[in-house]
Design a protein around this ligand. Structure first.
Ligand code: ATP
Ligand code: MG
Ligand code: MG
Ligand code: MG
Length: 570
């Protein structure tokens, strides 16, 4: 590629609304251009990187036996109604109407459509296993799009879906994808950690997130440096919560008559320090079977007998009610986490925030695993501090595997593998005929990679004060040739053209900066853009048969004989 025929558009300063380094550098380097909140143009320089990421993903998916297809961005509501997600999903799902008033959605993911394909195409056990994937535009109307491509509204995802005959086979598909993801993220040159994640209603232990380690990550990871325990913070908290509940249940058995429960009681029952309880207690209850479940915020002490008797109406003063929909929609916490707890057992609460700052705590119901994380009771509370916002588990807490203590890191979720079981096949009646000729539900798994998010994650990990530093496998160009005086010095032009042709012939992704810019301008651009190898051709060096070579991380350039440069940049 010749720079004069490409589109290079760099900025000295990042726009004022850019928050983190990757976003600033991508905008400054002309990789992306903002069109609207969370919606970006991928400019030619950025698209080259995206295509390279996609190629690595595609190669490894194909190698792992997955089959590429392409499912539509715009999908009819009907299939989404079959699984109930059309209504359940909340405002993140962008719903649109066609000219006839029929409902459609812009896909945030594709379980419904792929299951619809499978139920029509797969008739017999002989056609299984199958793993279909695509690399496609997604739209999620995120509550808070930010950090550039990191949390966009429109973004590109690779999503794969496996179909198997049995739970055991589905486990093999899962393992194959897990292994493929390790290869992908290795090839992408990222430092990452695969961490166990919550499986929600599905249960089991088959959900892992691939987290790129970075202080600016929105996620937190708990891991044990002396064992292989690693989980995302939500799961680690849930585990801690379950353990605390078990301890509390034991303690409760010793005190069978529920009565007034204070912070001190809660702290004693759960064996946690008083400051890790809140003065206000969050309770979950279902007032009567099938009715809306309320979350109640109680200020001060509360009488469990009164709550048990359903006298919550009488306790208006200082109480706050929120419906499930309100909480899920407004506070952005996980849906489906409200338990059918009732108030037949003592209420247990774990939270470590003070009343004054009631954001992002975990509130417990009476059933194992039924709790909210990330509950935020304030409408206009400031965004929690990214690094300090680590909740109920702390560095140094015992690791759940008993093999040491926990350490905590921030991470960026770039991939997610998830065993789905028969959740979708059941809802959509996706069956096949098994060996005995009987219909059976397909066992499914889903596997996502945030293609465009990877760009941001790679930069968060690889940059310096001059700009981005691309891992060789996904750099927009492998080598840039910077001739000093291309437009005016014949010998420089001749050598630059010759080297350009030589590297091209060797299959190297080379860019010739033939813009005739001053060295300072060229160097600043290519250091900002982060091309791994730079070759500078100057009149004086050429007289001695030398050019200057500098790798992006090198402090200075090295003179290299003209004939040896190809070996340097391979
Ligand atoms: P997050 O927790 O960051 O919201 P998610 O768990 O909702 O992500 P998944 O449904 O697991 O995301 O989707 C698979 C992958 O798609 C994620 O691992 C992530 O890399 C990517 N992804 C999800 N949401 C976005 C987004 N808004 N912008 C860019 N990439 C995203
Ligand atoms: Mg999300
Ligand atoms: Mg997530
Ligand atoms: Mg996820």
């Amino acid at each position: 590629m010749r720079a004069s025929r490409f589109h290079i558009s760099t900025l000295k300063e990042a726009p004022a609304d850019a928050d983190i380094v990757s976003q600033k550098l991508m905008l400054r380097g002309g990789l992306i251009k903002k069109l609207a909140g969370g919606i970006y143009n991928y400019m030619p320089m950025g698209l080259r990187i995206i295509r390279k990421v996609e190629t690595i993903i595609r190669e490894e998916m194909n190698r792992a036996g997955a089959i590429e297809l392409l499912m539509p961005v715009v999908q009819p509501a009907e299939v989404w109604q079959e699984t109930g997600r059309f209504d359940k999903m909340g405002p993140e799902l962008l719903r649109v109407k066609d000219r006839h008033g029929r409902d459609f959605i812009i896909q945030p993911t594709s379980e419904e459509v792929v299951t619809d394909i499978a139920r029509q195409e797969i008739k017999s056990y002989r056609q299984l296993p199958k793993n279909f994937y695509h690399i496609q535009t997604k739209f999620r109307d995120e509550r808070r799009p930010r950090f550039g491509v990191m949390r966009g509204r429109e973004f590109t995802m690779k999503d794969a879906y496996s179909f198997d005959r049995t739970v055991e086979d589905a486990g093999k598909s899962y393992e194959a994808m897990y292994a493929a993801y390790c290869k992908i993220f290795d090839r992408l040159g990222l430092t990452y950690r695969a961490v166990a994640a919550d499986t929600g209603a599905i249960g089991g232990d088959k959900s892992h997130e691939f987290q790129v380690i970075a202080d600016t990550g929105e996620d937190a990871i708990a891991y044990c440096p002396t064992s292989d325990y690693a989980a995302n913070i939500e799961l680690a908290e849930a585990v801690a919560l379950v353990a605390a509940r078990a301890a509390a249940a034991q303690a409760m058995q010793k005190t069978p008559t529920p009565g007034k429960s204070t912070c001190e009681d809660v702290a004693a029952l759960l064996g946690i320090p008083l400051e890790r309880t809140v003065k206000s207690l969050v309770l979950a209850t279902d007032t009567d079977k099938g009715a809306v479940i309320h979350l109640l915020l109680v200020r001060g002490d509360h009488d469990l007998n009164e709550v048990k008797a359903g006298k919550i109406e009488g306790m208006k003063d200082g109480w706050r009610f929120a419906t499930e929909a309100e909480i899920v929609e407004h506070f952005g916490c996980k849906p489906g986490y409200l338990g059918p707890s009732g108030m037949n057992k003592p209420v247990r609460v774990i939270a470590d925030r003070t009343v004054a700052n009631m954001s992002d705590f975990v509130c417990g119901a009476n059933e194992v695993d039924f709790h909210f994380t990330g509950v935020n009771w304030g409408r206009d509370l400031p965004e929690p501090d990214l690094v300090a916002d680590i909740r109920n588990i702390r560095e140094g807490d015992p690791s759940p595997d008993g093999k040491g203590v926990l350490a905590i890191q921030r991470g960026i979720e770039v991939g997610h593998v998830f065993y789905l079981g028969t959740k979708y096949s059941k809802a959509m009646n996706a069956t096949f005929l098994d060996e005995t000729g009987k219909p059976a539900l397909m066992e499914m798994g889903c596997y996502g990679i945030g293609v465009t998010r990877i760009l941001g994650a790679a930069i968060e990990q690889n940059h310096d004060e001059k700009g981005m530093i691309w891992p060789a496998s996904i750099a927009p160009f492998a080598v840039v040739i910077c001739p000093v005086g291309y437009d005016r010095i014949e010998a420089v032009k001749a050598e630059a053209d010759r080297l350009y042709a030589e590297l091209q012939a060797a299959g190297i992704d080379v860019l010739l900066d033939d813009r005739g810019e001053r060295p300072g301008v060229m160097f600043a651009d290519w250091e900002l853009i982060g091309v791994p190898h730079r070759v500078t051709i100057g009149e004086r060096g050429l007289k001695e048969g030398k050019v200057e070579y500098q790798a992006r991380r090198d402090a200075a350039a090295t003179p290299v004989a003209v004939g040896d440069i190809a070996a340097h940049v391979k």
